[in-house]
Design a protein around this ligand. Sequence first.
Ligand SMILES: [Zn+2]
Length: 300
Amino acid sequence: MHIERMAPGVSVAARLPGGWFRNNTGWVTGSSGTVMVDTAATEHLTRRLIDQIGIDSAELRIVLTHAHGDHVNGAGLLARRGASVYAAEAACADVRAGPHTFPSVFDAPDGMWGAIDPPERIEPVSERTMFDLGDRRVMVVPVPETAHTPGDLVVYDDVSGTLFAGDLVFSGVTPFALQGRITGWLRALDWLDSFDAARVVPGHGPVPADAAVLTGMREYFHWLLEVTTEETCDFGALTERARQRWAGWHDQERHPVNLRVAYSENHGTDLDLAEGIGAMLHAAGGPIRLDLNTAGDAAL
Ligand SMILES: [Zn+2]
């Protein structure tokens, strides 16, 4: 397992390189408890995570940064072992409706997901909330508007200046805006700056994220909005331009979805979800192969 120690009492399990369902999990430990930020995509990965970090689940408070399966799938397992689970108010119903494994989009080996039923009880977070860990407190803050999803939140440890940004920040991985808004996400990046954090832990990719990561995301989002102002857009050609310009990013098949989200914002139209996902699968060359528990995952 690839555990990065960010600061005293602050660690991250990084699942590199951070592509589909390979999210980062963080935790902050004080004298009287631990807050974990997100879980893992499969039962197997969640069990390994808990075994390796050696924390009794009953003492855990788990904060889910948003309702996507990679971040939340392990929450039910940990809740049944006694952990309490928190999420933004707007994310709770989506977490409860899970697990979301999208078998028409992702090609997973039999048994890969394991037991990932959602937690029965989720505490909604609707405003800035402090979690007391004895000798330190961490702050859980809902994002003011739809950015990556309608129910994002971030976690800030002011002792170390560590900001867990969830999927507001993708490091070396193409952002994914299927359930989000590009304009809101741009404003949320400015909002993240207001924390004046010493380090930012992204939802995916190497930790911590350096300043160039945030600059690159802003450039990408502005580009998405600029190239989709015309009524008629050649999404295929634009996808190719994006692939070339951000060639180092993983999961390039997300561009056609992000372009359509930007187009819908520019033109006040609804996103055609099925058409967007179809374009994504076309760009990926078919269903996206996942093998989360074994192949290529020496780093967890
Ligand atoms: Zn996400």
